[in-house]
Design a binder for this molecule. Sequence first.
Ligand code: BGP
Length: 493
Amino acid sequence: MFSKDFLWGGATAANQYEGGYNEGGRGLSSDDVVTNGTHREPRCITYVTKEGEKVKVPMFVGGELPEGAKFECFDDCLYPNHEATDFYHHYKEDIALMGEMGFKCFRLSIAWSRIYPKGGMPDEEPSEEGLKFYDNVFDECQKYGIEPLVTLSHYETPLALTEAWNSWADRRTVDCYIKYCNTVFNRYKDKVKLWLTFNEINCIELSPWMSSGIMTSSKQVKLQAAHHQFVASAKAVILGHQINPEFKIGCMLAYTLTYPWACNPEDVLAAWKATHNNIFYTDVQCRGYYPSYRLKEFEREGIEIVKEDGDDELLMEGKVDFLSFSYYMSQVAAGDPSQFEAADGGNLSMGIKNPYLSASDWGWQIDPTGLRNALNVLYDRYQMPLFVVENGLGAFDKIEEDGSIHDDYRINYLRGHIKAMDAAVNEDGVDLMGYTMWGCVDLVSASTGEMAKRYGFVYVDKYDDGTGDLSRKKKDSFYWYKKVIASQGADLD
Ligand code: BGP
């Protein structure tokens, strides 16, 4: 059982949900030039070289953009987020469905290029039409007593910033981001109190394009860009608190709990290293300084982070108010991973297969107890409020002849994870603000670009080939989650 003020709800992001990519004066974003993929086939970034050659480069590989090349959408490719599942035109209906389930909180992101089509270049004015759209969305939330939780940057960056200077690789992007934050903080200060600065900030090293619209394969460039995001996040926290002292501004981490394969000290060391790679980002954002293990690594590898005077003080002053994270799976590490069978992550590498766990159809290893561990590890380390802002099961759904969708696999997954949170809160004393299940209305998968990988309580008639009438249907999990919320998590049957 959870307290009355526990923030139950669902999570989405503009790049995968909103659509309307060329409507309302919106500028292009980095995700607009990414094709669809599958569990096995990569999503690709598309561009044309100055010689006119059409190039498709796998999103997780990325790499350098040849001089003179221009991003372009090709007629023979599908770009799933252009329309996505069209929250842009369905927001009233979708928020009403969230209201019906009893949501207390709705996590969404603002599409930065809807507010500043060119990213907020000097002299650029914000788009009133873009601002008005989110006014409408927040007003709709208010009707149902739903508190918005807004991610300022979720897996997309205005394409103009990439074209100008490779986006976050360049410090000038910090100013553009702060200009954008200043605009939305002021505009929505009475409608939105909960903010997240960057979605899954640690993914910048795994996929600089998906995370931040950067074309690079260089570790130096990625880490310099991460520094820019740390500075931007700290500045946003400071600015937000000045604009409205009631704001709570958090960071957001893709947390992957890592187990050692065995009690072999080499395996334990490997797990510790993987963990530190993961929580380096929250170490900086929650503690306010770079941790020693990463500074030593930079020294060894000759990585030099260029800082401006005052950056260290900024990081300390701009620590976040709470730590939010996504949790889908755990992983296993070993001193010598080559001896073990790898988990089948398809598009993504997932470490070693854990013999104690089952996996989703996309190979993500399902581990509810791991969530209890995760909550304890993070709370012990930072002693600040936590928020599970993503968790859920991507699965194939089948519509029965009568139109019903029996997604008991999804209910089982969620039930296990909610039980684990309950134990972390009520048995271990973790301070947990809320739970927003990922993809509460079906949306496009970030890693594969598929529609077939569905998360929602609400089914959307949209398919991998881009067809579908976008109509909405309630799945069994819709009614189940409604009961869960009404009983404050006591009724999980
Ligand atoms: C997280 C992202 C989300 C979301 C989710 C599920 O990493 O923050 O944007 O998509 O993962 O992943 P996928 O869509 O690849 O199944």
